[in-house]
Design a protein around this ligand. Structure first.
Ligand SMILES: [Zn+2]
Length: 476
């Protein structure tokens, strides 16, 4: 009960949020100092899942120790040596017959590799400078791991009756598709996401959402209720090897370059899906939706430029309006004077909720042309969860209380997260890592980027908000 300063009407202990924030910041810094890079060798994303030497276990053990020290039952489970995940549970206090399905506090422990030269500070130093925590994972997503840890500790300290189990699940391998993390545990141990009576969790709180973005005079808190779908696509070209001094047309490098250039040049018409329409309205950007409704790509771009000066937000909004086909990897050739007989390219395809993924893949195959073989190496459907669910209402209420001038708004994100794995069990995973950020903070551009950092003030704002949502969803 340390940190308690009194008792509330509900019979729970009052919490000291300054102290809880300090604790969360220390957990964040400690987690940043554990370089749980995925993949450890910095190799390609598609090959990543095969490397058994991830450092997530050390991070999982850190979480388990913090929870165990507070008297919360916690365990570290490995899908492969080194690929550890931490699961813990605060059980419902009511009888089994009164208990309702659990709430999952979901996070991932792995981080993407760093380009150390580009950083102004040690990416694994966990430095706290002028109220800002620096390091890989500060934004994606050890900040939320630390906040969810702090919420578990707060719930345990304050006591009170709970009608749901609260499950802490900090997993490995999100950055490479989750085959050794969320996906693995969902398939191998679905009981980890169920209550005592076997019912699957009612909801999960996850990353990429809850933070504020400022457009003009509006401060909008994006509550993530949908994710685009994924088709990770590989192109393979073959040819006839030969001496570079005697050129011929059957050259894998030329075939691959042609196909990639055609895919990059191909336009995809703008479309406004319901969640994005509402989100654009919250940002005051209805004109963007209008232009997209008219299929007027040029006007979409003009309205975006007119509507927001932030280029990263513009890119994000643009991607919410289109299926995107992004070549990311090209590997072909060994030597200047050898015509290559084999090459591969990787293309990151992201689909809107109403896109027929098979039809889009067929179109991509046709665009790439007959000289390359096109295959989908990983396909994940989009997810959309009800924006009018009880827990979303609790998020909006908590945000309104904490920042009466801010506007909570449901949003679709363009990357994929472990929400897709929990979707296999039917668990809605909402992106809600609440942070209040200064308008100058280039938050969106810090995901996977150098100089990743998060202000302590944002955590000081978000921690009680996150706690309030969790407590109100589980309180008996
Ligand atoms: Zn992440």
């Amino acid at each position: 009960m340390s940190g308690a300063t009194g008792r509330t009407a509900a019979g729970t202990a009052e919490l000291d949020w300054d102290r809880a924030t300090e604790e969360a910041v220390e957990h964040l810094r400690a987690l940043i100092r554990i370089p749980s890079v995925n993949p450890p060798d910095g190799g390609t994303a598609l090959a990543a899942g095969r490397d058994p030497h991830g450092a997530e276990t050390a991070a999982a053990q850190y979480c388990a120790d913090v929870l165990s020290d507070a008297g919360i039952e916690a365990q570290v489970l490995e899908s492969e040596p080194g690929r550890g995940s931490c699961f813990a549970r605060l059980p419902a206090s009511v009888s089994d017959s009164e208990a309702e399905p659990p709430l999952v506090l979901l996070s991932h422990l792995d981080v993407v590799p760093v380009d150390g030269d580009a950083w102004s500070r040690d990416p694994f130093g966990g430095e706290l400078v002028d109220g800002i925590v620096w390091g890989r994972g500060a934004v994606d997503m050890k900040d939320m791991v630390a906040m969810e840890l702090a919420v578990m500790l707060a719930l345990s300290r304050e006591g009170g009756e709970r009608r749901r189990d609260v499950i802490f699940a900090a997993v490995a391998d999100e950055e490479a598709g989750g085959l050794f993390g969320a996906r693995h545990w969902v398939e191998q141990r679905p009981d980890l996401f169920r209550g005592r009576d076997g019912r699957t969790a009612a909801a999960a709180l996850n990353e990429v959402g809850g933070y504020s973005m400022t457009v003009g005079s509006r401060r909008v808190y994006a509550v993530q209720v949908a994710e685009k779908g994924i088709i990770w696509t590989r192109l393979t070209a073959t040819g006839t090897t030969g001496h570079g001094s005697m050129p011929h047309a059957d050259n894998a490098a030329i075939k691959l370059a042609d196909a990639v250039a055609r895919l990059a040049a191909k336009a995809h018409a703008p479309r406004v899906t319901p969640v994005v329409r509402g989100f654009l309205a919250s940002l005051g950007l209805d004109a963007v939706a209008g232009a997209a409704d008219d299929g007027d790509e040029e006007r979409v771009q003009l309205e975006l430029e007119h509507g927001t000066p932030d280029p990263v937000l513009r890119r994000s909004l643009n991607a919410m309006l289109h299926d995107t086909v992004t070549p990311t990897v090209i590997r072909v050739g060994q030597k200047m004077n050898v015509i290559p007989g084999f090459g591969q390219a990787e293309v990151d395809v992201r689909t809107l909720p109403d896109t027929d993924q098979e039809a889009l893949l067929a179109e991509i195959t046709q665009t790439a042309g007959p000289d390359v073989r096109v295959e989908a190496v990983l396909t994940m459907p989009p997810v959309t969860w009800p924006a009018d669910a009880e827990i979303v209402g609790l998020m909006e209420a908590a945000l309104n209380r904490a920042d009466p001038e801010g506007v909570p708004a449901p949003m679709m994100i363009t990357p994929g997260t472990d929400a897709k794995a929990l979707a296999l069990l039917g668990i809605p995973a909402y992106g809600f890592a609440p942070l209040r950020l200064d308008p100058e903070m280039p938050f969106l551009s810090l995901f996977h980027a150098h100089d990743e950092r998060v202000p302590v003030s944002a955590i000081r704002f978000g921690l009680p908000v996150l706690h309030e949502v969790v407590r109100n969803f589980v309180a008996a």
